[in-house]
Each structure stands twice: as structure tokens, then as C-alpha cells.
Design a binder for this molecule. Structure first.
Ligand code: GDP
Ligand code: IMO
Ligand code: MG
Length: 427
């Protein structure tokens, strides 16, 4: 059975958590393949809002196995808190949650390093979530990281001490003051807790499932424009957020990939620093933030808001091989009489382009907009594509024609039930 992938096509926070939860009943396994506690995936049902950071968004379905893959960087302290928060919701994590022994561990000094690096960048800071993501991936690539399987080894403490020592040298270089005592206490308590989790060779588990025709959904974190290779570098995260990341982050051969669900907001947001061509620093941007409740699920920071950016979406669709589009937060545009769509970028020399080449991404570009009619009405109570107001159908048609991929889902609210699926099924 092929593995389907769901990922964000913008700068993250597209609504991945909600949609994984909605699609989960069609799958037997949900797996995270990259990122870590920088992610904040929100799920809403039965009047309760849950925010998951590292645990896959299939966890509330009792029949679904959830896997944290080798490509993830895991903070044991945050992980323990997440599990504790699930306590009152009847989630059987002993039965349904599996953690790869090859997952890299975020240790307290990774978080300190993140803060030290950001501080040293001054105005050019990335706007990191300060969860230690970059430094942990750095150690992974430098072949000196700690992995989950290491916690079972008698050498764990000495491996930890060696890594901390190397971090202390760097922290000293940055003149960064810290106190590790409390942080280490929490860390080692969480490491003990981790020993009681199902620690597995997830690549064998997943490939076994593929042979047995078990259905698997890979859940992306962040978004394509935050990808370390193709995003708005250096204002990116430190992993491959693309479909290809699911192959390396779970140990799946490319030939086993099936559908690629690309999810995007009907507009666009970004949290943290870096270019954002369609950003609205005006009343319209304020409205998007207010109506869309655009505040970070992980850090609470206000998200920057702007119009939808087609060149960026086309780029993400190309890189991921998106087969199905899912449009989120259409309801946030309900009050707009007009909706702008960025179709091109105007370069300094006057040339109009619709690509995100290296040169274009390095330049100060000006968005070129086409103006479409807003639907300017509530979407409440609508349950099928046929009932959508004509201006919203036209917006969807316009996007489908430009992006050359069909839209299968329109989301009209944060709750599980506020999801309109084309013909009620995802073909
Ligand atoms: P993720 O990181 O991609 O999972 O997205 P986040 O959870 O960080 O951010 C998406 C936010 O939008 C969350 O607060 C969701 O509850 C909310 N949300 C998701 N879909 C919709 C929708 O269709 N309409 C509205 N108004 N909110 C939505
Ligand atoms: P989800 O999965 C939105 C952003 C940060 C920062 C940059 C680098 O919820 O969509 P990092 O902590 O990775 O070093 O930060 O990436 N960022 C996100 N923005 N959603 C996320 O995850 C993000 N994870 C990281 O704001 O600009
Ligand atoms: Mg989020």
C-alpha cells in the first residue's frame, strides 16, 4: 500500500493538525517525519482545542497507530508534558504511540545554543521558536547527536556529558549566561519517562506495514517555504519539510509514495523573520489576524498576514508533486468584498516573473495582484461544494486553473466538522 503525505505549502500553520485529524479515520497509521517541538498542530472537536507539538495528529483515534520517525528531533521534556496533557482524554499511548530509536534528542544546551545564536544575529535573527531545532540538526549532521536508542545504553551519561561539554565551549564563546541545574533535572526525569515508551526501529515497522497493505499517512510539519533547501533561506527551519523528507524521515522508498496532499490557507501567514512579498501591514492584515486568530500555536507570537501568493504555491506544488489541494480558513475571508491574488513578482528592472529562483528570492520584489470578487457572506451550514457561494467557487476555479491541481477540501472553521470535502470523499 502506498504511503500518502500531507504537508503545508506555505510558511507553516496552514491547518495540518486539523486535516490530519479529519483524514485519520481513512488511515491505520499516522507518522511524523521531520521537525520537532517547533511545530504546533491544532485539533478541535467536541468543543475542546488540543495543540500537539511532537505527537502525530492521529493520536485521538483509538484504532490508529502513531509513529514518531527518525527524521524528527524530539525534546523529551516537552514530549512528557504532551503525554501528561493527553491523560484525561483516554488516549492509550502505550498501545498507539511508537518512537523511533533513531530519532535525535534535543538536550537543554541545544535550546540554549538556539537562543545564543539568535541573540548574536541581532536584527537579522531568524525568529526561531527557540526549541533547539537548528542546533540539534546541526549535531545530527556533524555525527555527534544523541539518539533515542542511546538512552538504553550504559554509556548514555558519558555521551551526554561529552556533547554538553562541546556546547559549553560554544556558549562561552557567545558570552551566553545560563544555569543548567533545573533544566537537567527535568531532562533526566523525562529521559526516564522515555524508557517506558514503545521504542522501535520504525523503518522496519513502516515497511512491514507497507507489505501488509496497512494504510499510512505521513504528517508534515512547518511548510514548504521553510524547507532548509528550497525555502526563504536563511529564514527557514533546519529540516526538509518537503515530500522527499518523508522518505528519509521514515525510511520509505520513493516508489511507495502515493497521494501528496498540499494544504494552504485561502490567504497567507508567516511567523518569524524573513521575506513575505504579499504581507499586509495595514487594516486588511489586521483583519486577517483578528478573524483568523493568527497567533502562533507554539510561541503565541502574532503571525504576519497577507494575500495568497501563487508563484510560491506553484513552486511548492512542483517540489512536492502535490496531487490534491486542500484550502483552509476560507471563512476568514468572509468579510472581504475583494480578494487579491498575487500572480507574479515585479523585479527592480521592471520584469515580471512567477518563479522563486535564487536571484528572485534575493531581490526586493513587488507583488503583482489580480483582484477577485469576495463572497462576502457567512459559510455556516454549508456541507457540500455545490452549496458554496458563487464567488468562492470562482475563487477555487481560479486557483485550480492557475495551480493545475484540483482542490478537494475547503475548510470553513477550526472544528473537525467544519470541513467540506468534494463529493464527500477524497478520491
Ligand atoms: P498547523 O501547524 O498547520 O497544524 O496549523 P496551526 O494549528 O498552527 O494553525 C492553524 C490554526 O487555524 C489553528 O488555530 C486551527 O484551529 C485554525 N483553523 C484550522 N482550519 C481552520 C478554518 O478552516 N477556519 C478557521 N477559522 N480556523 C481554522
Ligand atoms: P507548524 O508545524 C510556522 C518558523 C519559526 C522561524 C523559523 C525557524 O506548526 O506549521 P525554528 O524553531 O525551526 O528554528 O524556527 O521557522 N517555524 C514555524 N512557523 N509553523 C511552524 O510549524 C514552524 N516551525 C518553525 O517561526 O521563523
Ligand atoms: Mg502550527
Amino acid at each position: 500500500m502506498a504511503v500518502d503525505i500531507l504537508l503545508g505549502l506555505q510558511w507553516g500553520d496552514e491547518g495540518k493538525g486539523k486535516i490530519v485529524d479529519v483524514l485519520a479515520p481513512q488511515y491505520q497509521v499516522v507518522a511524523r517525519f521531520q521537525g520537532g517541538p517547533n511545530a504546533g498542530h491544532t485539533l478541535e472537536f467536541d468543543g475542546i482545542k488540543h495543540v500537539l507539538h511532537q505527537i502525530p495528529s492521529g493520536i485521538f483515534h483509538s484504532k490508529i497507530k502513531n509513529i514518531i520517525g527518525n527524521g524528527v528531533v524530539l525534546d523529551p521534556v516537552i514530549f512528557k508534558k504532551e503525554i501528561d496533557a493527553l491523560g484525561k482524554y483516554n488516549v492509550d499511548y502505550k498501545k498507539n504511540l511508537f518512537l523511533s530509536k533513531k530519532t535525535q534528542i534535543i538536550i537543554p544546551t541545544h535550546r540554549l545554543l538556539d537562543a545564543a545564536y539568535e541573540k548574536s544575529k541581532g536584527e537579522n535573527k531568524i525568529g526561531s521558536t527557540l526549541k533547539g531545532i537548528g542546533p540539534t540538526y546541526q549535531d545530527k549532521i556533524a555525527r555527534q547527536g544523541l539518539r533515542v536508542g542511546d538512552i538504553l545504553s550504559p554509556n548514555f551519561q558519558s555521551k551526554y556529558n561529552k556533547l554538553v561539554q562541546s556546547h559549553k565551549t560554544i556558549l562561552e564563546f557567545y558570552n551566553f549566561e545560563y544555569d543548567l541545574t533545573e533544566l537537567e533535572k527535568d531532562f533526566f526525569a523525562a529521559i526516564n519517562f522515555l524508557k517506558g515508551i514503545n521504542l522501535v526501529d520504525s523503518e522496519y515497522m513502516i515497511n512491514g506495514f507497507i507489505q501488509e497493505k496497512v494504510t499510512i499517512l505521513a504528517e508534515g510539519a512547518q511548510g514548504s517555504l521553510l524547507d532548509v533547501d528550497f525555502g526563504s533561506y536563511p529564514f527557514v527551519t533546519s529540516s526538509n519539510t518537503m515530500a522527499a523528507g518523508a522518505c528519509t524521515g521514515l525510511g520509505i522508498a520513493p516508489r511507495h509514495i502515493g497521494k501528496v496532499y498540499g494544504i494552504f490557507k485561502a490567504y497567507c501567514t508567516r511567523v518569524g523573520g524573513g521575506p513575505f512579498p504579499t504581507e499586509l501591514n495595514n487594516e486588511e492584515g489586521e483583519t486577517l489576524r483578528k478573524v483568523g486568530n493568527e497567533y502562533g500555536s507554539t510561541t503565541g507570537r502574532p503571525r504576519r498576514c497577507g494575500w495568497i501568493d501563487l508563484p510560491a504555491l506553484k513552486y511548492a506544488i512542483m517540489l512536492n508533486g502535490v496531487t490534491h489541494l486542500l484550502m483552509m480558513k476560507a471563512d476568514v475571508l468572509n468579510s472581504f468584498k475583494e480578494i487579491k491574488v498575487c500572480t507574479h513578482y515585479k523585479l527592480k528592472n521592471g520584469q515580471k516573473v512567477d518563479i522563486l529562483s535564487y536571484d528572485v528570492m534575493e531581490e526586493e520584489i513587488e507583488p503583482v495582484y489580480e483582484v477577485l470578487k469576495g463572497w462576502n457572506c457567512s459559510l455556516e451550514g454549508i456541507s457540500s461544494f455545490d452549496e458554496l457561494p458563487s464567488a468562492l467557487s470562482e475563487y477555487i476555479n481560479y486557483l485550480e486553473n492557475s495551480l493545475k491541481v484540483p482542490v478537494y477540501v475547503v475548510s470553513v472553521g477550526p472544528d473537525r466538522t467544519q470541513t467540506i470535502i468534494k463529493n464527500k470523499v477524497l478520491a
